[in-house]
Each structure stands twice: as structure tokens, then as C-alpha cells.
Design a protein. Sequence first.
Length: 395
Amino acid sequence: MPTLAVVLDLIRERTTVSRVELAEATGLTQATMTHAVRKLMALGFVHEVGTARSNRGTPRRLLEIQPEACYMVGIQFDRYSAVGVVVDLAGRIVAQREMPGAGERDPGAVIPEFAEHVQALLEDAAVPRDDVRGIGLATYGPQDRDAGVLLTPQPSPAWQGYPLATALAEATGLPVAIENDATAAGIGVQALGTASSSFAVVFMSGGIGSGVIIDGHPYRGATSNGLELGHISVDARGERCGCGNRGCLDTIAGPMALADLASRDPALTSRLGLGHDPLTDFTRIGRAAMSGDAEAAELIGASAQTLAVATVTLVNLFDVGRVVLAGNAFAEVGPVYRDAVQGVLDESVFMRHVHSVRVELADNVSHAPAVGGAMVVLRNLLESPNIEHRAAVRG
């Protein structure tokens, strides 16, 4: 049930908390909260750690997460990069590993490689395999989360409809779930920071995406494929995008677009050592911009301003008070994008006279999507109608 995920997120965020405080924070009745906490305790996820004074005289029993109760693996990947993590129940990264992206390879070549990295991650983490609940794959869409398949011929036609989740599950012996990378980034931000708030995530790695967390729940839309910030038009007369729209944000301000622009300047290409994959080239452009290269700074600045304009639309649609930037592409130039987005939002958001909007970088900007992928495994377990049976089988 969703209630269990929300309650566990709050306990994780507050470290120690009473049932009364949980009920007040969620708006749930005392009876519902008692039932939820009882289930979490039965699963071994939560335990009591003492009492605190109460105004009503009866001490309140305090709850705390059992971090070692279970572990999850998260992998965020796209064509150009991949990262894997092992996360405990408290959302802490206990092992991490950089991995090759999919490149132009077919899934039959990538899946065995991922399986090897999962095994290495679990060895690095030194956790009992029986305590590992599964693997969460955070990647681009469109996708069918229930079927565990991608609905796009990227990075090669062989990926479209390929049984991604099933194939990795067979290769590793662990259950596998897939998730939109931007939504996973939002879930990762929850695990690494504030669990109960509403906020938007702007995600940028190989491309640009976004996600929204509303009252602790990821917004999913009809098929969990919404919030494609990268395909908001920022130039109605621009070039036709592969999605069918014109002047999409991704084709103007994304890493691929900037790498392409830079490649047209032989001097800049030579000076920065460009000519690799677009994400690597974007990173080099960003690093040069941060070091004072004027041409690189102009490219990054224009990208940041255009991204900011699109983010105004996102904020106006959902009326959030917080925007978090996450993804590998922000690793070098996050502060530039943060400041640019903050400046444009301060001037342009429709509700700016009612409330401010804070823009920040994720605590772990490169790993938040992978952490979110791992936490999706936990959410799926907690939202399962037969959670006690599934937990008993794993235990």
C-alpha cells in the first residue's frame, strides 16, 4: 500500500519519530498509522528505540529504521554513461561503481555486462545476497514499467520491446524493475534528503527530462511516461525533433546539442580535446567554462538560460516551491545551471508574488537517479498487495 512507503520515507527523513508525529505529518488517523507501523515492524524495517516526553503525560514511543534490514541495487544508464549503487534501507550508498553506457550496442551485449557489475557491487558491499530485494533500472523512455520493456528503438532498434527486466533478472537471479530516469532522480532525492515535500526534478544526462514528487508520491500520469521537459518546445519555428515537435529543449540546450555546436568550431574542438561521445564532450565544455574559457562559457550559459525558460513552464504547471537539478551532466557545471534557473524563475514564475521557488543541486547529483532506481524496488515491495508473503519468501 502507498501508505507504507510514505511512512517509511518520513521515518527515514526524521531519523527518530513517534507514531503521533507521523500521523500529524501525513494526516492519517492514529489507527491507520498504528496499522502501518505494525506492518513495517513485522517486516523488520522499523523498530522502537525508546520514548520521548509528551504533553499529555504518556511517553511517546520512538521509531527508527533498521538500515541493515534489506538492500537494493540501483543502476542508471543511457547511451553514454551508467552508474550502479547498492543502497541500504536508510537510503545510504554502501557500494557504487561507474559502468560503461550502452553505446550503440544491442541489449544482448549490455545485459551480461550489467550482471557482472551487479555481482561486483554486491561483493564490494559485502551484504548477504538473501537480504537484497532486487534491482531497479533507471533509464530513458518511453517505457512500459509493468512489462519491463523500453518502447523506443534507442540506442538501437533491438532495444524496442526487448524484455529488459526479465533478461537482467535471469542473468542475476534478482527481481528487476524499470523506472523513468527523471522520476528515479526525484525518488533518489527523497531518499537522500527531504521525503515529504513536493518538488520538481530537472534531470540531465544524455538528454533532458523531469519528474515531480507531490506530497511524497512520484507523479506518473497515465503511463509513467510524462513530464518530458526535453520535448517542451522553446522555439516554435525551430528544427523538427525526432519526437515530431519543433524546437525541443533537448535539441537546443541538451548535451548532444552543445557537443554538436562545439564540433563546428575546429579551434574549440582542438583546444578542449573534443570528439568523444556527446556527454564526455559536454563535460569537457563545462569544465572549460568553469575554468574561464569564454567560448565554452558562452555555450554553457546559453544552454542554462534556455533550460531555465523551459523550467518556468514546469513550475507554472505544478506550482512547486522547489526545483532540484540531478544527473551526470550537472556534475561539472551544476552551479551555473542552478544560478541561471534561479534567476529566471525569480523573474518569470507566475506565482512568484505568492511564494518563492528554491533551486538547488541534488546532494549527490550524479548518483541520485541510481539511488532512486534502488528505492523503486523497495516502493514496489511496500505497495504490493501481498507484501507479507513476498517478505516471508525473501526472508
